[in-house]
Design a protein around this ligand. Sequence first.
Ligand code: CU
Length: 240
Amino acid sequence: MLTTTALALLLAAATPAAAHFTISTPPNRGHDELVQDQAPCGGFAATGPRTAVDQQTSVVIRMADRTSTCNVRLGLGDNPSSFPVQLASQSFTALGVYTIGVNLAAAGSVANGAPATIQVQCSSEHGTLYECSDISIRVPQQSPQPPSRSPTPSPQPPPPTSAAASRTTQGAATTSGTAPAPSGAATTGAGASTSPALASPSSDSTSPSPSATAAAKNAAAAAVPPMAAAVALGALALLA
Ligand SMILES: [Cu+2]
């Protein structure tokens, strides 16, 4: 018993004598035990710090009166003078810090960030006392629609690999390189093949007199250009 009394005395000493009660969360707009009996907000008419809270939130009360019954109420608006929404009611029989869960959705549908004020009104042997906390109500946003899957542009085909590029280049080189080659080869080849073909008959012919041979050679030489031209043209015609 002595211990209990000592504890009570210690608690009383640790708590301001006329504290009555105070709201610690959300932060109150002001606390003054001398005017705490002035409705609706314990003597504080102007709004205080405004705290954003979820609809499901808690009001924390430091209770310094041994016996008290409190109502937690909500008023909507920037600085409401009435608090029609009853959020909670609780009786206390001991000093202490109490957390009271409340659901601000009891106020109905409000816009996100709607200003409001929580009022705590407590009745004890010291009369009816008030205190307020100014808040804004966080309303859960509509779950965002999954972004309409706008058709994402199909990825560009990858640039040709170096292998493909070299293959193309090689193909082009082969194609372009092949075309001139036969004509050139035909021209030179025809000329080259023409000369021996024309020369051989004269050399293979039964060797008559050198002069005859020379004459034959001259004739052959004279005949070469038209013959070579004809052969060359034939070769070109074949190639074409
Ligand atoms: Cu009191």
